[in-house]
Design a protein around this ligand. Structure first.
Ligand code: CAA
Ligand code: NAD
Length: 403
């Protein structure tokens, strides 16, 4: 099915970015939110993205107006009778998303695809409330949507092959890299990213290093931004929800750092609220330091040591567990982490990186971290099998890939 017209519901951080991507490819899009103020904010975000391109000489002012003319702001269901795909980017709550799709099924054509940009909610559960689960799918963009190349395509239990193919082609037409991922909590990228982000937060609350030191170490590793800065970009409120879902699915190894809840309760949601792990108003870190101080005195947290490996190893370990479970192939795992999070291209993704440093080195590093810091670092069983079988990575010619 060719997609001639799209609708994006939710004009916030992700929705506005997704609508910009759609207009950039030349398609008309409805951008709907709960009130005119939210719609106007979304439209202003899109205009700002195009204006930056005009300022850099990458497009003309009249091209900007042509692109803006493709977006129609809405607060109701008018204009949905010829929409081919709806992408929702609203509040991360399964019931709210179910209700939205139920409401839109009544006003959209029979053939409309209902895609969810959820970070971690089960697609099958969202689909279960609709009349046509075969038309419901996960279409997961990454923040900032106009820049990050990846779209995870996540079929639910009832999603038809036709819907999957349509969404893959549509993603390609948006100049994105679609990667099909098996449905599981966190899908692929958030499942790997969250243990890495979470460990940075644990290291911070345990006083292993300051926020700036932790971020600097991971930037030195080659990540485009540090993990605590990334938490602030994603949103602490969104991250808490994702972390809860991962904990519910994977148990104790995915226990969220306590500081996430503390920041959430303090209204420090990240860049969007002016403060999170960092303070964006005056750059003064006293607010964060007071929260950490309080946690350390009241929570009896023990001071631990910091190393970049402590933050990176949980991501590699989760990549191996996901590979074992068949969530995606080794090649797709690496491409997804590079295209979705900017994992350094010269290291080739977490599994190529494991092969470079040695699968045996990864195993012994995880064993040592598990001994010192806890069972959340328990190595994936596949690592032991590989080492026992001589699959040590580049140095033995065989690892996650062949050399
Ligand atoms: N909207 C649109 N364009 C943006 C943008 C935004 N919010 N932020 C940056 N850009 C553009 C810039 O205009 C610039 O464009 P040109 O190349 O045309 O000049 C380009 O992106 C690079 O920007 P900068 O030079 O300002 O900054 P940078 O090189 O440091 O890149 C970054 C910024 C792309 C955000 C980079 O730091 C990065 O890749 N960070 C990692 C982000 C990440 O991991 N995202 C995934 C989070 S997890 C998620 O999203 C899933 C979930 O469910 C929670
Ligand atoms: P946001 O809070 O920035 O924006 C959500 C918008 O949805 C708000 O403008 C809100 O008014 C609107 N909204 C809520 N209920 C609505 C409804 N019933 N109808 C219309 N509009 C409604 O949130 P966000 O960060 O853009 O996240 C949106 C979704 O995208 C969530 O499911 C989130 O998990 C997912 N996601 C977030 C990120 C991220 O980095 N923030 C990345 C990928 C996916």
């Amino acid at each position: 099915m060719y997609i001639y017209k799209a609708a994006v519901i939710g004009a916030g951080t992700m929705g506005a970015g997704i609508a910009q991507v759609i207009t950039y490819s030349g398609l008309p899009v409805i951008l709907r939110d709960v009130n005119q103020e939210a719609v106007d904010r979304g439209l202003a975000t899109i205009r700002k993205i195009y204006q930056t391109r005009v300022n850099k000489g990458k497009m003309t002012a009249s091209e900007l107006e042509q692109k803006m003319a493709l977006v129609t702001g809405a607060t109701d269901n008018s204009g949905f009778s010829d929409v081919d795909i709806v992408i929702e980017a609203i509040y991360e709550d399964v019931v709210v998303k179910q209700k939205l799709f139920q409401e839109l099924e009544a006003v959209c054509p029979e053939t409309t695809i209902f895609a969810s940009n959820t970070s971690s909610l089960p697609i099958s559960a969202i689909a279960s409330a609709t009349k046509k689960p075969e038309k419901v799918i996960g279409m997961h963009f990454f923040n900032p949507a106009p820049v990050m190349k990846l779209v995870e395509v996540i079929p639910g239990l009832g999603t038809s092959d036709e819907t999957i193919d349509d969404v893959v082609l549509f993603s390609e037409s948006l100049r994105k890299i679609p990667i099909r991922v098996q449905e599981c909590a966190g899908f692929l990228v958030n499942r790997l990213l969250m243990p890495y982000l979470n460990e940075a937060a644990i290291a911070l609350e345990e006083g292993a290093a300051t926020a700036k030191e932790i971020d600097a170490a991971l930037v030195a590793f080659g990540m485009p931004m540090g993990p605590l800065t990334l938490f602030d970009l994603v949103g602490i409120d969104v991250s808490v929800k994702v972390a809860d879902i991962l904990h519910d699915a994977y148990g104790s190894r995915a226990t969220a750092a306590s500081i996430l809840g503390e920041l959430d309760q303090a209204g420090r949601f990240g860049t969007k609220s002016g403060a999170g792990f960092y303070d964006y108003k005056d750059g003064d870190q006293a607010g964060l330091e007071a929260i950490i101080q309080k946690m350390q005195t009241s929570g009896g947290l023990q001071e631990t040591k910091f190393s970049a490996n402590r933050i990176i190893m949980p991501m590699i370990n989760e990549a191996v567990i996901s590979l074992q479970e068949g969530v995606a192939s080794a090649g797709d795992i690496d491409i997804a982490m590079m295209a979705g999070t900017g994992f350094p291209q010269d290291k080739g993704g977490p599994l190529h990186y494991a092969d470079q440093i040695g699968v045996d080195v990864v195993l012994s590093e995880l064993q040592s971290l598990a001994g010192r810091l806890g069972e959340r670092f328990w190595p994936a069983p596949m690592l032991k099998r590989m080492v026992a079988g001589g699959y040590l990575g580049v140095k033995s010619g065989l690892g996650f890939f062949h050399y």
